[in-house]
Structures are given as C-alpha cells and as structure tokens.
Design a protein around this ligand. Sequence first.
Ligand code: HEC
Length: 139
Amino acid sequence: MLKRILWIVGLVVFALALVGCGSGGKEAPAAEAEKSSAETVSAEQVQALFDKGACGSCHKIEGINGAVGTVGPDLCAVGEEVQEGEETLADVIEEIVDPNKTITPGYPAGVMPTTFGDLYTQEELELMAKYLAQLSCKE
Ligand code: HEC
C-alpha cells in the first residue's frame, strides 16, 4: 500500500515538473523577442523624421530612401562611435541639435542647420539617434 502511494506521489511530481518545463520553454523566446523589438528602431519608423529635416540631402544614411547626400559625413560613423563606447545617445542628439559644437574633421562648419532642436521633439530625436547608433560602416 505504502509503495503504491509513493508511486502515485512520484507520478504527480513528475507530471508537475513536465508542465513547469513546458510553459517555461514557451515563455522565454517570446519575452526575448519583445525585448529586442523594443530596442531596435526600424527604417520605417524614422524615414519620415529624416525626410522632415532633409537630413538625406546632406548625409548618406543606410536604409533611408533618398539619403545619399555627400555634403556631410556618412552617418554610419555615428553607429561605430556609439558601439565602440566613444559616444552616447545624448552626444548624438547634441550633434543634431547643436552641430557646430563639435565639427566632424574634414567637413565644413556652419553648413548643417541649427534649427533641429525646434523642429523635433525629444522623443523624435531619441528615435533618430537610436537608429543612427545601430548603423555600421562595414558592408
Ligand atoms: C545642409 C546640409 C546638412 C543637413 C540638412 C543636415 N546635416 Fe548633419 N552635418 C552636415 C555637415 C556638413 C556635418 C559635418 C560638420 C559638423 O559636424 O557640423 C554634419 C554633421 C552631422 C553629424 C555628426 C556626424 C559625426 O560623424 O560625428 C550628425 C549626427 C548629423 N550631422 C546628423 C544630421 C541629421 C539627423 C540631420 C537631419 C535632422 C542632418 N544632420 C541634416 C550637414 C548637414
């Protein structure tokens, strides 16, 4: 009799363990996907923002339609600097709203408009900075 009870208890524990594993296994990938989509900014999300400031008339911006300008630097360099820890997102936003504070070597000062702080909300600036931070100059 005791042996039989122990056997049933064992079965229940085993069944619970199976259920636990099953649901845990299902939740993990979904949670991960949610996290990465929150961190990644797609080109569709920022195309209109870059269009609004005509950024692409002066800058090459990977993934943005019509952004083939050569007056200013290819903005892939911004991505490399952020990924290498030389710049923060706040630095990138500053380069957009106050472009004459630091001049990219080899490019003219006083050419990039200084009105973007008025044209964009802080949220829009963050979205653009995040997009630029994802870029890479490597093919
Ligand atoms: C009329 C041309 C022009 C327009 C329009 C323009 N830029 Fe620029 N931009 C420049 C030039 C020239 C430089 C390099 C000199 C400097 O640092 O100011 C520059 C520099 C930058 C830098 C620093 C790049 C680096 O490698 O450090 C960023 C970031 C930037 N621009 C983003 C933008 C964004 C975003 C927009 C649109 C909201 C924009 N620019 C619109 C001409 C322009």
